[in-house]
Design a protein around this ligand. Structure first.
Ligand SMILES: CC(=O)[C@@H](O)[C@H](O)COP(=O)(O)O
Ligand SMILES: NCC(=O)COP(=O)(O)O
Length: 241
């Protein structure tokens, strides 16, 4: 069954825009859990444009579902933050410093030794590991070599092509997911998933354990309300054929 992890980055974006504490990210996280969210995801970036490092400590104290921290482990401060908070899962993302948002998965072949060391460090601390990868079988196989528990398929290319040709848009993701299943890798997915494209994705992708969704969900909540929106997304993650 695919779990829904709500990414609350954009709540922090709104909070930071006025320098105060409204909306309060801890309250929103707890409300999302109360509305049915099966996880909370945050992505503290080095410039703290939205989620701040201090938010992670506050959230760790109260989140009772799966807590997923995403970020670039090339930043020593990020590694220290994760080890200090010991979330359910850490998702390693190769973001360039000035990137507007995450826009690519790891080259798990080129960065194999770095990833092996990082995965070992986090697993030794009892933290489940996930590596953000493109829907590329070579990158999936490279991820397996790192010892990671899971991969997260970067789904922006799927979302971008969904309305043009959904069968074509999903093709590489089914191939990559099938290979991950064969290798015994747990399978997550995220980036630009939405109420439009989520049901088809989760129905076609074998053994999808988790989707982490933020931007579209928070945008939808502006019109549909947060409780209703969380439950609409939950329904899409559980929809049978
Ligand atoms: C890794 C990924 O695709 C997203 O989880 C990312 O967290 C989005 O980051 P922004 O919210 O900063 O766009
Ligand atoms: N890992 C994907 C995530 O957490 C949220 O991505 P998005 O839905 O904000 O694009």
């Amino acid at each position: 069954m695919t779990k829904l992890s709500v990414n609350i980055n954009k709540i922090a974006t709104l909070r930071n825009s006025r320098g105060g504490d409204n909306p309060n990210v801890v309250k929103v996280a707890l409300d999302c859990e109360r509305f049915g969210a099966e996880g909370i995801t945050v992505h503290p970036r080095p410039d703290e444009r939205h989620i701040r490092y201090c938010d992670v400590f506050d959230l760790k104290e109260v989140v009772t579902t799966e807590f997923n921290i995403e970020g670039n482990p090339s930043e020593k401060k990020f590694v220290e933050l994760v080890l200090a908070n010991k979330p359910t899962q850490v998702t390693l993302v190769p973001d360039a410093l000035g990137a507007v948002t995450s826009n690519a998965g790891w080259d798990t072949i080129k960065h194999k030794s770095l990833l092996i060391d990082l995965v070992a460090q986090f697993k030794e601390a009892g933290i489940r590991t996930s590596i953000f990868v493109d829907a590329d079988v070579r990158m999936v196989e490279g991820a397996k070599e790192t010892g990671t528990d899971r991969i997260e398929l970067y789904t922006e290319p799927y979302a971008e092509n969904y309305f043009k040709n959904k069968e074509l848009a999903i093709r590489d993701f089914v191939t990559a997911a099938t290979r991950a299943n064969e290798l015994g890798l747990g399978l997550n997915a995220g980036h630009d998933l939405s109420l439009d494209n989520l049901r088809y994705f989760q129905q076609k992708i074998p053994n999808l354990l988790e989707v982490s969704i933020g931007h579209a969900l928070i945008c939808d909540a502006l019109y549909l309300g947060l409780e209703n929106t969380v439950q609409l997304y939950l329904r899409e993650t559980k929809a049978e054929d």
